[in-house]
Design a protein around this ligand. Structure first.
Ligand SMILES: NC(=O)c1ccc[n+]([C@@H]2O[C@H](COP(=O)([O-])OP(=O)(O)OC[C@H]3O[C@@H](n4cnc5c(N)ncnc54)[C@H](O)[C@@H]3O)[C@@H](O)[C@H]2O)c1
Length: 258
């Protein structure tokens, strides 16, 4: 796909989870709109595939992988590599996460509950903390974190207890980041996607009763695609959104509006 615009020209972006789904969609869409992107993923294979797509389209795109964002030293390595490669950081798109789905009676404390909260919250906190001085040094920046429709509503047939807690945490944490970032012109917003077809959700969507519950809630009766989210990320990370902070964008086909 050729370059679509220069709305993000001059911006350096870290996009975590760039190997799959929403992170991949955002990383490629941002490159197509002029950003220089540093991808990152715990999976080297998936990260390399995304980087290869970006390079085949002629974009300035690099990647740190494998990189486990639950480990502070790994996150520091990502930030250092981005500054060394591109000279600074303007934008964080924190899409990397994993979650364990179990009903409360089967949910194990360490293996499921703690694992999910670490994978959904620490990955966001650690990247924001490590990159914060770089955003300040640039005179401002934009952070986009991913909450979820599950931060607002429970979905029938979905064993999402830990995920709901993690995403509610991301939503609240991002408002606080917006408040702390205001004096430094660091903006922080969340997107709360409804069900998007990605590597994480494809297996779940094979369960007919769950897919039916998802589609029943949509005003626009289709599943979401990573690009549905990536278009909003282009806006939020561009200067067009310079007065937008502390906000949450529900992009869910209307699922949480009724
Ligand atoms: N897909 C949906 O329906 C949906 C809905 C609401 C919110 N979200 C959120 O959007 C974000 C992206 O979700 P997705 O569906 O694209 O997921 P995905 O599983 O398709 O992609 C996530 C990527 O992050 C990487 N990753 C996971 N943990 C990591 C870690 N510790 N360090 C580095 N990389 C790591 C994975 O390897 C994977 O490539 C997540 O925060 C998710 O909770 C997704």
């Amino acid at each position: 796909m050729p370059s679509l615009s220069q709305r993000l020209a001059g911006k350096v972006a870290i996009v975590t989870g760039a190997g799959s789904g929403i992170g991949q969609g955002c990383a490629l869409m941002m490159a197509r709109h002029g950003a220089r992107v540093m991808g990152c993923d715990i999976s080297a294979e998936r990260a390399e595939a995304t980087a290869a797509t970006a390079h085949s389209e002629g974009f300035e795109f690099d990647s740190v992988h494998p990189c486990d964002l639950t480990q502070p030293a790994e996150v520091d390595r990502l930030v250092r590599a981005t500054v060394a490669r591109f000279g600074g950081i303007d934008t964080l798109v924190n899409a990397a996460a994993t979650a364990d789905f179990h009903w409360i009676e089967e949910m194990e404390y360490e293996a499921h509950w703690r694992h999910t909260l670490t994978a959904e919250l620490d990955t966001v906190f650690l990247v924001c903390k490590a990159a914060w001085p770089q955003l300040k040094a640039r005179g401002g920046g934009s952070i986009v974190n991913f909450a979820s429709a599950n931060a607002y509503v429970a979905l029938k047939n979905s064993a999402a207890l830990a995920h709901c807690a993690g995403k509610g945490g991301v939503l609240a944490m991002t408002r606080q980041l917006a408040m702390e970032g205001g004096p430094h012109k660091i903006r922080a917003n969340t997107i709360s996607p409804g069900m998007i077809v990605t590597g994480a959700t494809r297996p779940v969507l094979e369960r007919p009763e769950l897919k039916a519950a998802v589609l029943e809630k949509k005003m626009i009766a289709r599943l979401g695609q990573p690009e549905d989210i990536a278009w909003a990320v282009v806006y939020l990370t561009s200067d067009e959104a310079s007065w937008v902070t502390g906000a949450d964008f529900s992009i869910d086909g209307g699922a949480t509006a009724w």
